[in-house]
Ligand binder design. Sequence first.
Ligand SMILES: [Zn+2]
Ligand SMILES: [Zn+2]
Length: 245
Amino acid sequence: MIDKLVQEELELLSKDLYLESPSVWIDFVGKVNDNVFDELVLFFACKYNYLSIVKFSIENNLINLNFPSRNKEFKDIYSHLLNTAKNNSSKDIIDFLVSIKDNDSKKSKPKENKSKKNNSSYIPSFECKNCKANIFEEGYIISEEKVIKLIGDKLIEESESTLDYIKCNRCKSKLDLSPSDINIISKINHCSNCLSDLTEVGILDKKTMKYNENTKSFDTVDARYVCTKCESTINEKQKEYFKLK
Ligand SMILES: [Zn+2]
Ligand SMILES: [Zn+2]
């Protein structure tokens, strides 16, 4: 699925990162192997000016640029990436990012009313096991860790990394979901419980049938569609999307 140009850029970027920091490199390689193109991967692609990686991820909807950035200085992933490209004079990427924003605003203005009911209105769901809130509505917390060292007589921030877990914003309990899972789960074709791609694992049509004494046959009393892998019920929007009745 990944074309040759993107593949080549990923290899080059991997080398750049290996030189920059082995721990970042390990993180990066892990994500790319899992086909995860999240904020971190794109941050480095913008930093080292690899346009094909950025284009590929955005055009294939592997990342939602409107999502909040893990870097609290920025309101969303888009602003973070644009800023990174600017700081590193990655001209092609700046042009590309600006052009998609332009297209977006041109497209969304006249169609605003119509497009409300389309996929753009899909609210993914992930239920906090503790308080039952949908974290996409209630919010979730991503935490960062900073390493600060005393160098000479100054406290210098050496590195910053995002902790690999998130918490429910309502009850603050740890969720069974990592920050990179957020991108996966926010896509309509993924199971909100086990994150499987439903178009790959399949959907089960589950009927509960009760024996009817009068007709001497079974009547369907409840029907629902579940993820083949974990058997959790798919949501209404997904039912609509897959045209299931
Ligand atoms: Zn909760
Ligand atoms: Zn599932």
